[in-house]
Design a protein around this ligand. Structure first.
Ligand SMILES: [Zn+2]
Length: 159
């Protein structure tokens, strides 16, 4: 196993989804280098050992830029995910009529909004209806045998 010999940093990303977090560059004894979270680095220094793969450093007060050792606790990956799920706002639902089969269904609003931002059509009640819309509205390019079978089944259910 390679051992870290030198650290540089901490650095912050000025854009992207990791704003507020700090990172360190790690140099290993075999000449390679990598990146590690600053919080992870500090916890390793504090404990005087390297962290196991399954160990994560949790910011107790949820402020990812608050890198004081008192604000750290070791959690397993599972425990940390459970904590984030509990803190998440309750799911808001979006009710709509599927444009293909006319069924009234509901989906998590965050899913619908995400797809809208990606300029996708829909929402639809299911993958099957999304596919039916695609077959009706998109030019038939590169359709393999699987796609053709799907089309046949969609047309069957419509009749
Ligand atoms: Zn549908």
């Amino acid at each position: 196993m390679k051992t870290p010999v030198r650290y540089r940093g901490p650095y912050v990303y000025s854009s992207g989804r990791c704003i507020g977090r700090k990172f360190m560059t790690v140099y290993y004894d075999d000449g390679s280098k990598g990146t590690t979270l600053y919080s992870r680095y500090l916890m390793q220094t504090h404990l005087g050992r390297r962290l196991e793969r399954h160990e994560t450093v949790d910011h107790v007060n949820e402020d990812k830029s608050d890198d004081r050792v008192e604000n750290f606790q070791l959690l397993t990956i599972g425990e940390n995910i459970a904590k984030s799920t509990q803190l998440r706002r309750p799911t808001r639902w979006y009710e709509f009529e599927c444009p293909i089969c006319k069924a009234v269904v509901r989906k998590p609003l965050r899913q619908v909004e995400h797809n809208r931002k990606q300029c996708k059509t829909g929402p639809y009640c299911s993958r099957k209806c999304a596919r039916a819309w695609q077959i009706k509205n998109c030019p038939p390019t590169r359709r393999g045998p699987v796609a053709q079978r799907q089309e046949a089944s969609v047309l069957e259910t419509e009749q």
